[in-house]
Design a protein. Sequence first.
Length: 639
Amino acid sequence: MDDDGQALASLVGVYYAVGLLRGRRAGLLAALVLATLPQFYLISRQAMPDVYLMTSIGIAVLFLALGMFGPELRRDLHFGISYAGFGLALLAKGPVIACGVYFVPLLLFTLAQIDIPRLWERDLRLPSARTAAIVAMSLALAAACAGGAFAFGTGSEWWGYSDTMRDAFAEKREALLGALNRRWAAEFTLVLLAALASGLAWRLQRSPEPRTRLRFAAIWALGAAAVVAILALVAAGPVGRLALASILGLAASIACCVAAVRGYLMRPEIAPAVRPFFTPVRRQVLLFLAVVAIVAGPWHVAIFAERGHGFFTDFIVKHNLTRAEETINRGGSADFYVKTLIFGGLPWSAVLPLAFALLIEWWRRDALRRQGLEIFLLVTMVVTLVALSTAATKFAHYMSPVLVPFGVLVGLTLDRLIAERRGFAATIAWATAGLLYIPVLFDVISSDGMKYVVRSMTMKDTIPESAAAGEAFHVMLWSVAAILAGLALFRFRVLVGALIAAAIVIAVYINGFFIPELSYHKSMKHLCESYHEHRLDQQRLGYYGDTKHGLFYYLAPGEMNRLTTARETIDHLAPGPRALALVRNKYVTKVESLYERTYPQDQLWVVDDSHFSYTLLSNDQIGRAVSLHEWTSGEGDGE
């Protein structure tokens, strides 16, 4: 399915899910809002995986809410669609983002429905604290043991995708191995884990509960683990002992966590309240595992079999975890995604804050039961934005998981404001939306007009003349302000329709004019066209800068000469026959300085500087080309 089909699937899913939960009008409004978000149709037109993430994770979250709060009819089908969406999200962007957006809000939402004061009363205070401590320590131990099992239980080919990473990992592993081996840590750990496994087996054997097959298997598994641990003290070497200790530690910590939670839930004070949920939860867990295995399992198994070490170190670590702690290509301030949300969501970002106040009756004790959809989407949106804002790498299209909750929450807000158009709260709400819209309006029409709109779409501050906001766009924005003011005074339904129509007009303008101009300004295609226009026969294009994959789509095989240093670039542009080179802007000054020292009687010329990050240079004046010296001195048209 292409990008447009993915976007259409998002709209259909929003209309269906919201329509079942809050009515057809709410579903239609939510779909309309989502369809007119600039970020939505920008991502829908980009050839990148984020549109698939936007659709899959949006459908996963919506249908999860539909399964939890919707009608009993077709509940398993709705849950199944949600799990399939999660599996597709795994394929689109990997497990870190998918699990974070899907499970963290679900966990927080589940914890929010627990009666915490009851769990801290006198009769449950000590068991609750003990269980929480055991779970926390078990999870921490499981994380450490998982790292140890990976380090000591795998070969060197698993430790890194590149030779540099592999060497660094091997050095750390050997240092850790030497430190642990000198202190008999592996032997002590094995003895401790063997004792723990024996103790757990004895505890299960002495338990008064009926002996199920699962419990019988657990007893024998723990006993066998204890025996293997004892034998490993004699048979295994230092690396084998550490690997086995890590694996047993991982199993034991998970067993302790599960046993602690199970024992706590089986207490007489708690069991009657949670027992009715055991069967449906077990059913959904099995359905989740089956659907995800069918949707995402084959690809992951194939990648794991073909490139085991790359699956972990490159696919998971580098492209997920590393981007959260290191700046890759693009950084930004902590409020980067807030600004992106405001200006990439014109004009509906002015209505979004009202969802926090209007959609949820915070004072009601049963608000979670009555308004589960709204709270769940709100938690999803806030958690995702906070996680993105704390990450070092900042890309505007990373906001794709936020867009579906954004559209649904604004659509539900519009639906409620229409239903309560005669109330005083509606007057205050529309007036507030108008006030929130004013700063955005004046930023767009200021001397730096469209700066943040451009940044929310391309993360660049440079605005090409062809994409500058004209009078027509200013009229559209002022029309929205007038409509918001009219809604605060009169609250006619026709004005809501006018607001939706204005959003559609703005969407058509941005989608039909603004985005294509920015895309052209950002694309390597027109620089390649400039090269083809001015090159001589058999002259290859020199390229100096970071790898730009888009360049290869617009050049014939053998047309590009990859330059890795400034000296190679100078040699390519040596005086004589006309030569052209595409140079990343941050290297232009370096190239100019070296060229002036090498060939003081000649100079370089700027052929095309319309790209955000690259400049097409030549050793020969072509048409209206600007000298590179004038360009870097600010006298030309360069940045």
